[in-house]
Design a protein around this ligand. Structure first.
Ligand SMILES: [Zn+2]
Length: 337
């Protein structure tokens, strides 16, 4: 149904999934343009999941005079209808989360899609729902370097196995995660900011035009000016960190125990490393790709290498140590998270 009001038209609808004829309560929500959506639900079901939710709707005292809709009490919620639909589906269809798109384990955009439902779960103290959503988020934003590497490899495999998709279709977007993490999971903020800081400032989520498939984007409108500033400062600090680290290793005076002239090649590796970091803004990926392990480069065949075995081993150890230290320093690059 549509209602004309002065100079605009609003739609009034009953939610197609959650309007039960035998429900004893109707919840009204309005979207950002004022469209009305009604949900007809059961107090007993709400109470079963959350006393706070039931108390919110039916406070003990004083007993308010209620409006009626379709013959039953009406209450209005401020939340977006889509968020309330998702939230109520968890209560009415507990297996929904495991079976039906768009909300399921492994959905890379779960932080964006589930933010509203998570806030409702928090508001009404439905801990199992909070735990479920946050456990999915944590899978995407691990807190160890090994798990981070595994996750990066996982996204690459997903992209490879998803012809026609871009990386935004298969890997999470940082701004929506930062918004959620600020309220509910602050420990993942450093890794989320790291990912944000390695993306081009103008990389818009889902709009890459001629960019390669593996390019990733940001919902910039979700970022506050302060968060943009943090990301910029983080970029600057990370670049300084890697320059300082390489300098402190004094690689320009590299000594080859076998006297095979490896120092020239090591010197050039450092040049390439800095060039790659500047180009990609991705210290962890660059340090990984610069290691000399042949298997890391996708082949089990021995390849010709101008650097001797001993020097390669020392070089790899230096890079591995730098990667660990860098990852463990992430929170220091972004102030006051
Ligand atoms: Zn050597």
């Amino acid at each position: 149904m549509s209602v004309n009001s002065d100079d605009f038209c609003i739609n009034i609808t009953n939610d197609p999934d959650l309007y039960f004829p035998d429900g004893n309560l109707v919840i009204l929500t309005r979207d950002e343009v004022g469209n009305h959506t009604y949900f007809r639900v059961h107090q007993s079901i709400l109470l079963k999941h959350s006393k706070a939710l039931s108390d919110h709707i039916f406070p003990d005292s004083p007993s308010p005079v209620r409006d009626l809709y379709d013959g039953v009490p009406l209450v209005e919620f401020q939340e977006d209808p889509r968020d309330l639909n998702t939230f109520l589906k968890f209560l009415y269809e507990p297996f929904y989360v495991f079976s039906a798109a768009p909300i399921q384990r492994g959905d890379p955009d779960i932080a964006f899609k589930m933010y509203g439902a998570l806030k409702l779960a928090d508001k009404f103290s439905i801990q199992p729902l909070k735990d479920t959503i946050l456990s999915y988020i944590r899978e995407d934003w691990p807190l160890t370097l090994q798990a981070w590497d595994e996750r990066e490899a996982f996204y690459s495999r997903r992209l490879k196995n998803s012809p026609g998709s871009t990386m935004d279709d298969v890997a999470p977007e940082p701004a929506s995660v930062i918004r959620l993490a600020r309220e509910f999971e602050s420990q993942i903020l450093p890794v989320a900011f790291y990912h944000l800081s390695r993306l081009p400032v103008n990389a818009t989520y889902g709009q890459h035009n001629q960019a390669p498939r593996y390019a990733r984007g940001v919902r910039g409108y979700l970022l506050s000016p302060a968060d943009r500033e943090k990301a910029s400062l983080g970029r600057e600090r990370m670049l300084r960190w890697i320059v300082d680290r390489m300098e402190s290793l004094m690689l320009d005076t590299w000594q080859c125990k076998g006297d095979e002239g490896c120092h020239v090649h090591i010197y050039w590796r450092v040049v390439v490393l800095h060039r790659s970091v500047i180009r990609s803004m991705d210290v962890l990926s660059t340090l990984r790709s610069m290691r000399s392990h042949k298997l890391e480069r996708g082949t089990s065949e021995p390849v010709e290498d101008a650097v001797c075995h001993d020097c390669n081993g020392r070089w790899d150890q230096l890079l591995n140590d730098a990667r660990c230290d860098f990852f463990n320093s992430l929170s220091s690059f972004f102030p006051d998270l």
